[in-house]
Design a binder for this molecule. Structure first.
Ligand code: ATP
Ligand code: MG
Length: 354
């Protein structure tokens, strides 16, 4: 089988990478003496958007999924875990090495509260990144609890957000490892193309090893096809293989290639703010609804003012309006779907392909 051959063929693991960096994975038991409880027992769903293959739509997915959760009136935090800082700039924040960022969190130099930024959307917060984060990969090699730094940093924030979305870099490095250890689940964006499958097999291997050593409850939230052209034969073939392998974990919602999704970050906006009627914005709103519906515990809208302890007027993106003017609900957007209908794999179609 197409995917299975690749799964069998690729055994590169985080251990190999760890050896490369002289990192030995240390299980959480060894850290027990440090005394911090597992944050995975508390409220809020932490979703790492990860795929070590570059350019598959991780950041586009992280920004627009987080924005769609927020637009559904669910308090949401987006954490930029990538030194490229594309999620940070994509929400309109200029580069600023002085600003408290995910680097400071990983280095234990700041708390999550100190790093929080408000955004144009009332119920979306951001912990930004800066390119100095690349240094953390090396600076943390000999550090205590080096794999648990992000998990520890966001633990105090978990009961204040229903979703925390982590945008990972295109590598299975210590930064991604920190995100996967902090996460309840991983969302894997992939393009419907042949080489994308190789990356998936390597990532699955890594997830298995992280489950075994560091985060036993790490789940797969889903695999989402991005830049998807349902008319292309190869895309259909990849979808069929993924459906066979992942079953219900393959998200019904697919994200089409859409120019508005590519344009929105250069305006510092999520697509649903930049062009809420675009196919791209609609697809991520639909993906957010699908993920919300999958949660075992009901996800309910919450007023932003419930977020005691989070500054009401932090730094906002380049002079943009505060969100209240732009309140967008998933229902409102759906009314306008019309001929810009979002591509979705109909359950019947998925069954046929399985
Ligand atoms: N559905 C889409 N339609 C059109 N363009 C898209 C879509 N998704 C992503 N892109 C564009 O593709 C490029 C790569 O996307 P993105 O930055 O989200 O990928 P990534 O996986 O985060 O990349 P990296 O691995 O470098 O972090 C960007 O220019 C983005 O605007
Ligand atoms: Mg990215």
């Amino acid at each position: 089988m197409f995917l299975q051959e690749h799964l069998d063929g690729f055994c590169t693991s985080i251990h190999l990478f760890a050896q490369h960096l002289s990192i030995e994975l240390i299980s959480e038991e060894k850290y027990a003496a440090c005394g911090s409880a597992s944050p995975n027992n508390s409220m809020g769903r932490v979703i790492a958007v990860a795929n070590q293959k570059g350019g598959v739509g991780k950041t586009t997915t992280a920004i627009n999924l987080a924005a769609s959760f927020a637009a559904a009136e669910v308090n949401t935090l987006l954490v930029d875990c990538d030194p490229q800082s594309n999620a940070t700039s994509g929400l309109g924040f200029v580069k600023d090495p002085e600003r408290v960022s995910s680097y400071h969190l990983l280095m234990g130099a700041a708390t999550g509260d100190e790093a929080l930024l408000t955004t144009e959307l009332e119920q979306l917060w951001l912990i930004p990144s800066h390119k100095n984060l690349i240094g953390a990969n090396l600076e943390l090699v000999d550090a205590d609890r080096r794999e648990f730094r992000m998990r520890d940093a966001i633990a105090p924030l978990r009961d204040r957000f229903q979703f925390i979305v982590l945008d990972c870099p295109p590598a299975l490095d210590l930064l991604t490892l920190n995100a996967l250890v902090a996460a309840d689940a991983v969302l894997i964006p992939m393009q419907g193309e042949y080489f994308a499958l190789e990356g998936i097999s390597e990532l699955l291997d890594t997830i298995e090893r992280i489950r075994a050593a560091l985060n036993p409850t790490l789940d797969i939230e889903g695999v989402v096809l991005t830049m998807f052209d349902k008319r292309a034969n190869l895309a259909q073939q990849v979808m069929t293989e993924l459906k066979n392998y992942f079953g219900d974990k393959l998200c019904r919602t697919t994200v089409p290639r859409n120019i508005r999704l590519a344009e929105a970050p250069s305006h510092g906006k999520a697509a649903l703010v930049y062009d809420p009627r675009s196919k791209g914005a609609e697809s991520y709103i639909k993906l957010a609804k699908e993920i919300i519906e999958r949660q075992p515990a009901a996800v309910t809208p919450q007023p932003a003012e419930n977020l005691a302890g989070i500054p009401a007027s932090g730094q906002t993106s380049d002079g943009g309006p505060q969100a209240s003017e732009q309140q967008i609900t998933t229902e409102g957007t759906e009314e306008h779907r019309g001929d810009a209908a979002v591509e979705e794999i109909a359950p019947a179609e998925m069954d046929k392909s399985a």
